[in-house]
Design a protein around this ligand. Structure first.
Ligand code: 5RP
Length: 232
């Protein structure tokens, strides 16, 4: 089984278990979520479900349109029943690193408005501690004019290295859906108290949000190499 198939089985399981008729559904971002939206569209079609989809990114919104699903927004649907989203890494305490695709701010806002955040991922994202497998660091969304002082403050406070995320095949930094930059903090070891780290980084002026999702995830599904799905 390929990694893509592992993502698909996890996504299908989550949609089948958590999406119900008349629910308000938060649509996460990334490649695994594409399978969740495909499955949702099948179910809406076959079961005639009524589901309102609130996107976490421009990508998620495009997916909702592509599959002719009903689009909602926080203004009209501030209470979301369940959000299904991907993750870059999940530790044994259900702490997450998110933002590999740069959508962490809206993902965290939507997660914070959801009764349940369900993570879907392939088996490579399942870790004991953050950093076991994922080596790209913790994303931090920042106001562009402040990226250098924020970078310096994070390394002074915690060590490691901080890189401005650059766009692939294009000169210049990645610009998020919210017009901000992304810093990736390559943390020096995995013995941090992540809740404390998250609080401290968020207090630095110019930081908009971090990709650390602490105490937010209700359940995670990991597609396995042999085609099964493990859950936590
Ligand atoms: C985007 C995210 C994604 O959910 C995360 O990067 C996982 O993506 P994928 O499903 O492609 O592995 O946080 O900001």
């Amino acid at each position: 089984m390929t990694l893509e198939q592992a993502k698909q089985v996890a996504a299908y399981r989550a949609v089948d278990e958590f999406v119900t008729n008349n629910c308000i559904f938060g649509v996460g971002s990334g490649s695994t979520v594409v399978y969740a939206v495909q499955r949702l569209a099948e179910r809406v079609d076959v079961e005639n479900l009524k589901v309102t989809c609130v996107p976490t990114s421009f990508q998620a919104k495009q997916l909702i349109h592509k599959y002719n699903l009903t689009l909602g927004e926080l203004d009209t649907h501030p209470n979301i029943d369940v959000t299904i989203d991907g993750a870059d890494e999940v530790d044994s305490k259900m702490n997450l690193i998110k933002g590999g695709g740069g959508c962490l701010l809206q993902e965290k806002i939507i997660a914070s408005c959801s009764k349940k955040l369900i993570v879907i991922a392939d088996y490579t994202k399942d870790s004991v501690t953050l950093g076991d497998h994922y080596k790209k660091g913790i994303p931090v969304e920042v106001i562009p004019m402040a990226y250098v002082p924020i970078k310096n403050k994070i390394t002074t406070l915690f060590g490691g290295d901080v890189k401005l995320r650059n766009a692939i095949a294009k000169a210049g930094p990645v610009v998020t859906d919210n017009g901000n930059f992304i810093l990736d903090w390559l943390f020096p070891n995995n013995s941090f108290d992540w809740e404390e780290v998250n609080t401290i980084i968020k207090l630095i002026p110019g930081v908009v949000e971090t990709g650390l999702f602490i105490n937010m995830c209700h359940k995670a599904y990991f597609g396995q190499p042999e085609g099964t799905v493990s859950e936590r």
